[in-house]
Write a protein that binds this ligand. Sequence first.
Ligand SMILES: [Cu+2]
Length: 135
Amino acid sequence: MSGGSGEFMNRWMVSIAIGIGFLLFANLDFSRAADQAAPQTKVPKKEGATHSVGMKNWIFSPKELTIHVGDRVVFRNDDDSNHTVQFEDSALNSSGIIKIGKEFSVTFDKPGVYPYHCKPHHDYNMTGTITVLVK
Ligand SMILES: [Cu+2]
């Protein structure tokens, strides 16, 4: 074996090593770029908003509320008498009696107009409407 042939082998090995190193580096760099791009391309799972409707002086407040699909409405009894939230649409869960200081919440999964009333105070026009828009 001459020294020249050994030197040739060494050079060959070095260039292979550089080539592999470059490929690894390029690959790493590529995956890093993909990671950085990920948050922009992913659609974050957005939770619905929470809205509140108060009950005071036998009035729902706000009486009319517009929300979006996936939002939640918390009905809160701030009055000195018991109330209920009775939806005209039987597909929705209505409350039982909501005692003084208690809450009742509903999450709206479908768009639509949902009128409701307080069962014991319907004759006193204790009514409201939740309008649910598509997101
Ligand atoms: Cu009532």
